[in-house]
Design a protein around this ligand. Structure first.
Ligand code: MOS
Length: 702
């Protein structure tokens, strides 16, 4: 019997640097990832992907393969169970048919899953999968992405395809300075460290899936719908996750593993190879974006026009809403932003860190830099002159807009004052030097979540929430939040996450995970604290309080809710090789209250490094003949490595969200927004050459 009161005043854990609570487990190998967890009687599935980009499967030669050592079954469209696919999932979309495997003989893109070979060992499954003969009837495919195609159409999706105000053409005609340019970004891939992996098994009439995903209730909900199961009959767990970035939702591996586990009545694991991930798990679509800016002589915007096109597959629509970022960044008398889509014989793209904002900010923030040059106005000053009082198109008030403070603090620390704006004048041997800046923003959302907090008889507290820690430090952040809400030291708080049995919660996505979960944890912990009478006792089973923030989140007033950032980069460009080296980078963010400065800084720096990678390295190239990718692996797909990353610093200004119980906004994605533009603007300053197509490869520099 222990004293039940939580006692002491607030511990001040939030805002204090705290190492990851599972850090020791991770570095010692005690933390097990989805594909490492042992199961008795485990069988292994290996996916077979189409080698053609369009057509249909004529036959799957299962016979000889079933004679191979260890092979248990071969699943394909001819024998797989029918799935329910006519539902709108938790994130408001129909399921991507690339995940709803083996439903018909159509092949809509290269790397489409056509069969699953299951065997006693992973090696046997792989050998048999490679021996499986699949005959296709091939049809001509079309993967030519271009804004000049006649078949582009206005985007669906969660954002309006078009937002406009004012008379754009009239304002452009009346402008003293006009920028009218096209910007292009390539196909990019998530390339997270841990490949997708899932094990499915039936346990006492319940389906259990041990997975690597960004939301256990999300994946559980989709599996229940697809397999027409009661929601309570599905449990998904995802304890440790080696990165997600938007691609770890429901995919072909979980669905095919469930099919095989059902057919064989034993646990089945499906792990994707790095190469398979390049066609099965989504990617960032290439974009082509046209921007027209019109301004008065002093740089005040009269007109802002941004039209973006992305590709999607023929079987699923994904919108990369690149034209949406300017809807909040800049005021202008006339505004027009439009997202369009074209359907090609390619895999479905998906959310990838700062979907829309990442490529969109490259275009807008490059164009703003071009305008600043034309007006002869410093690029920071030009941005400050176009700061809106209210949402530029929505007319809504902002819930804190500290972008100007980010630029002032960033300029001071980066040493922006006294910058010679002339391009190509700073030289150091064979290197030309330049500096660039760019703005960024990303929506600050809160989504309904549930949590349970238990006061244990031993004086500790247990939090249960189906949150996901994809490497962000969310588990640690929630420990700090719970400690403060309970007014106890962090050592007395244990946070369990990654289990759909804990009830519905936001996914690790939309930069809204930690904020949404923290809200639910704070609500439950606050109520529990009130319930614990001073001097009272806790029964052996503990005292548990559950929260559900649906009503509270739904009651949030309509406002423009965003995090902001100011990015600064210094580059050196080798005039003999065309190599661009980023020398230093600084990002100052206004992103709500920072829960854990240690992991927050790491996450923001990680986003900025993605920006360097996007600016200089990342590019997936499709082969028009096969419809597949060249070099679909981490040798062929270049990401920034340690040698590419110099001194990168991230910091923030005070910016608590007044409408959030903890003051959080969200930091997951804002770190990448504007980062590539800052690098590109620095390359322009160094060399005098404007790069409007990413990546800025050496052959493009020369
Ligand atoms: Mo993120 S692209 O919302 O996982």
């Amino acid at each position: 019997m222990t004293t039940a009161t939580t006692g002491a005043p607030a511990t001040g854990a939030v805002g204090t640097a705290h190492t990851r609570v599972e850090g020791r487990d991770k570095v010692t190998g005690a933390a097990r990832y989805a594909a490492e967890i042992p199961f008795a009687e485990l069988a292994h599935g290996w996916l077979v992907l189409s080698t053609v980009a369009r057509g249909r499967v004529v036959s799957v030669g299962s016979g000889p393969v079933l004679e191979m050592p260890g092979v248990l079954t071969v699943l394909h469209h001819g024998n797989a169970p029918r799935l329910e696919t006519d539902y709108v999932g938790m994130l408001g979309a129909l399921p991507d048919p690339t995940a709803a495997v083996f439903q018909d003989d159509r092949v809509p893109h290269a790397g489409w899953p056509v069969a699953l070979v299951v065997a006693e060992t992973s090696e046997q499954a792989r050998e048999a999968a490679e021996a499986l003969v699949v005959i296709y009837e091939q049809e001509p495919h079309d993967i030519a992405f271009s804004a000049r195609r006649p078949d582009t159409y206005p985007a669906g999706g969660h954002l309006p395809a078009l937002a406009e105000k004012g008379d754009l053409e009239a304002e452009l005609a009346a402008s003293a300075h006009v920028v009218d340019e096209e910007y292009n970004t390539p196909e990019e891939h998530h390339a997270m460290m841990e490949p997708h992996a899932a094990t499915a098994l039936w346990d006492g009439g319940r389906l259990e899936v041990v997975d690597s995903n960004q939301g256990t209730t999300w994946v559980a909900d989709e599996l229940a719908r697809m397999f027409s199961l009661d929601a309570s009959a599905v449990r998904v767990r995802s304890e440790h996750i080696g990165g997600g970035f938007g691609s770890k939702g429901l995919r072909a591996h979980q669905v095919s593993a469930v099919m095989a586990a059902t057919a064989l009545q034993r646990p089945v694991r499906v792990v994707l190879t790095r190469r398979q991930m390049f066609s099965l798990t989504g990617y960032r679509s290439p974009t082509t974006q046209r921007i027209r800016l019109g301004a008065d002589p002093d740089g005040r915007l009269r007109a802002l026009d941004h039209r973006s096109l992305n590709q999607t597959s023929t079987v699923w629509e994904f919108v990369e809403p690149s034209a949406a970022v300017a809807r909040t960044l800049y005021d202008a008398d006339a505004h027009r932003t439009e997202n369009r889509v074209v359907r090609l014989d390619v895999p479905s793209p998906t959310w990838m860190r700062a979907p829309g904002e990442a490529p969109g900010s490259f275009a807008v923030e490059s164009a703003i830099d071009e305008l600043a040059e034309r007006c002869g106005v410093d690029p920071i000053e030009l941005r400050l002159r176009n700061e809106p009082e209210l949402g530029p198109v929505s007319g809504l008030p902002f819930t804190g807009r500290n972008l100007a403070a980010c630029f002032r603090e960033g300029a001071r620390r980066f040493g922006w004052a006294g910058r010679d704006p002339r391009p190509g004048v700073r030289r150091e041997g064979r290197w030309l030097l330049g500096t660039g800046t760019a703005a960024g923003s990303f929506p600050a959302m809160a989504m309904p979540s549930t949590a349970a907090v238990t006061a244990e008889p031993d004086g500790t507290f247990t939090v249960r929430i189906s949150a996901a820690d994809i490497g962000t430090g969310a588990r640690t952040a929630l420990t700090l939040v719970a400690a403060d809400a309970l007014s106890v030291p962090t050592e007395r708080v244990r946070v369990h996450i990654g289990d759909s049995d804990f009830g519905p919660a936001m996914i690790a996505g939309g930069s809204a995970g930690t904020r949404s979960w923290a809200w639910a944890v704070t609500a439950a912990a606050g109520e529990l604290r009130e319930r614990l009478a001073p001097g009272g006792t806790v029964p052996p089973e503990g005292i548990t309080v559950r929260s559900d923030t649906t009503a509270a989140v739904g009651a949030l007033a309509q406002k423009e809710r965003h995090s902001y950032g100011a990015q600064f980069a210094e580059v050196a460009v080798d005039v003999t090789t065309g190599e661009v080296r980023v020398r230093r980078m600084l990002g100052i963010f206004a992103a709500g209250r920072i829960v854990n400065p240690l992991t927050a800084r790491a996450q923001l720096v990680g986003g900025m490094i993605w920006g360097i990678s996007m600016a200089l390295h990342e590019e997936a190239v499709r082969d028009s003949a096969s419809g597949g990718l060249y070099g679909a692996d981490l040798a062929g797909y270049h990401v920034a490595s340690h040698a590419d990353v110099p001194a990168v610093e991230a910091d923030w200004v005070d910016d608590p969200d007044p409408d959030d119980p903890v003051g959080i906004k969200g930091i997951g994605e804002v770190g990448i927004v504007g980062a590539a533009a800052a690098v590109a603007n620095a390359v322009r300053h160094a060399t005098g050459v404007r790069h409007r197509s990413l990546p800025i490869r050496p052959d493009r520099v020369l």
